[in-house]
Ligand binder design. Structure first.
Ligand code: NAD
Length: 302
């Protein structure tokens, strides 16, 4: 049987479905759904990511609005852009690309985004909605992980899950989602003792740490499902200019034992933008008071 969870293929199918629903939205609302992305500065990884988001947004039949500010722009300038997007009825979703330059306060900026346009799910209102089980916007990467898990395993009820990492953008919302899917959830972090032992008892392992190949193959319970969120670039080998990209899991070791595993690249990575488009489309339907048939767009958000 096929152990590899093909996130690239899943994300392509999801985007195709979103494209159909975005077309239906346009026919009903008389306008396209709109997603705005704000980029401050010239971080190369962020530039690549933002340009890829723009292309995929347009390919899915939505409007993409891009706002680029110089690295030395003031926080007030950024807040003014967010305020104008909050007020713009053509904009359904707003994403401020992180990290922001050091002279800006990320939490303060996120707090000014209209929670009902916060398609990244980083506003405390959406974090709170997720925590108490209300409809809201869920961060894209962990929601994508949940989609891959449910696609592979079906009902997750009663499974032991360990989430390694407790960041606000991946680990914590991932744990909340698994809890709402009725898993027994453990959250591990840099102070956790006996991590190997915890992982050995887990049917689901989600690694979101940022340490290359930290989770070893012999930690994995035979048959467990492993979701590797990590994206780490190794130092280049002799004579090479670029190092290999690896995850937080020792893939070669883990694939021998796991029941299913996401590769890096091609696993979780492609899901993030696909889920962002999903959240933006959900926002568009909500803003127009239209009903969205979510059968093919997994739940856990509005
Ligand atoms: P982060 O640095 O904010 O958080 C890392 C977490 O790992 C922390 O909670 C920390 O306590 C924990 N940790 C660190 N060292 C540990 C150790 N030795 N043992 C156990 N826990 C430890 O990182 P993040 O933003 O959550 O991202 C995690 C990884 O996922 C990174 O590699 C990042 O590049 C990747 N990522 C990928 C996507 C995507 O696929 N689209 C999106 C976001 C993040």
């Amino acid at each position: 049987e096929n152990k590899i969870i093909d996130g690239k293929e899943f994300a392509e199918r999801l985007r195709a479905r979103i494209g159909v629903l975005a077309g239906e939205f346009e026919a009903k609302a008389g306008r396209k759904a709109g997603l705005a992305v704000v980029l401050v500065g010239e971080d190369p990884a962020s530039q690549v990511y933002v340009s890829s988001k723009g292309k995929q947004t347009v390919a899915a039949g939505m409007n993409s609005f891009e706002h680029k500010l110089a690295a030395d722009a003031s926080e007030e300038e950024l807040l003014a852009v967010v305020a104008s997007l909050n007020a713009d009825p053509a904009v359904d979703g707003i994403l401020v690309q992180l990290p922001l330059p050091r002279h800006m306060d990320e939490q303060k900026v996120i707090a000014t985004i209209d929670p009902d346009k916060d398609v990244d799910g980083f506003h405390v209102t959406n974090a709170g909605r997720l925590a108490v089980g209300q409809a809201g916007y869920v961060p894209c990467t962990p929601l994508g992980c949940l989609m891959l898990l449910e696609d592979r395993l079906g009902d997750l009820k009663g499974l032991n899950a360990v989430v390694i990492g407790r960041s606000n953008i991946v680990g914590k919302p991932m744990a909340q989602l698994l809890l709402s899917a009725n898993c027994t959830v453990t959250i591990a972090h840099r102070h956790t003792k006996d991590l190997a032992d915890l992982v050995r008892r887990s049917d689901i392992v989600v690694a979101a740490v940022g340490v290359p190949e930290m989770v070893k193959g012999d930690w994995i319970k035979p048959g467990a499902t492993v979701i590797d969120v990590g994206i780490n670039r190794l130092p280049p080998a002799e004579g090479k200019t670029k190092g290999r990209i690896v995850g937080d899991v020792d893939y070669q070791g883990a694939v021998q034992v796991a029941g299913a595993i996401t590769p890096v690249p091609g696993g979780v990575g492609p899901m993030t933008i696909a889920v962002l488009l999903r959240n933006a489309l959900v926002a568009a339907y909500a803003h127009e008071g239209l009903t969205l048939a979510t059968a093919d767009l997994p739940e856990h958000s509005i």
